[in-house]
Ligand binder design. Sequence first.
Ligand code: 5GP
Length: 200
Amino acid sequence: MNKKLANIKGLIFIISGPSGSGKTTLLKKVLQQKSLKSRFVKSVSLTTRQKRSGEREGRDYFFLNLEEFKRLKKAKKVLEWTKYLGYYYGTKRDFVEKKLHSGKHIALCLDYKGALNIKKLYPVNTVTIFIVPPSIRILRKRIKSRCCKTKEEEISRRLKLASHELRGVNKYDYTLKNTNLNTAVNRLKGIILKKIEVAG
Ligand code: 5GP
């Protein structure tokens, strides 16, 4: 194995799932658990999309304009990136590298492309988990309630993308159906604790 990778102590947990699958809430709840809180950090992505109501700079995302994003990408400060529904999203390279070397475990919410790219970069340390929504009907309801300004056109685009994303589910290490939040939290916590224990 590459010497640089062999020195890495932390694990990377990537959570993916369609918009409205509940992955962000699920991850937030799991990281609040006593057994995990001090050992984990959540990576905050860069994005060029607009801030939604309730979102905070630096907590949910770092909101940038296209020029700023492109400048960081060109300077190799973006570890992986994607274009999702017309907006750019990317992971900060220095954050991930520093935390991994310090022995912290990292949680990231990424799309399919990001999950596969990080797995390629850190094959041994990465665990990929796909969150499956209970049904398309519930997914539609969640997307709609997320923001009152979400237009029909955007809902259709997100749903179309969701069915596309669901086709990549077999590329993930684990899949988890988010029908009941508490059950899903316990399952996700179980997967994470097991992986940490095995990694020693
Ligand atoms: P949203 O706009 O709903 O917050 O995110 C849209 C999609 O982009 C979600 O699937 C989310 O997981 C993904 N995403 C957020 N940040 C990143 C990132 O840094 N890299 C990649 N590849 N995907 C991201």
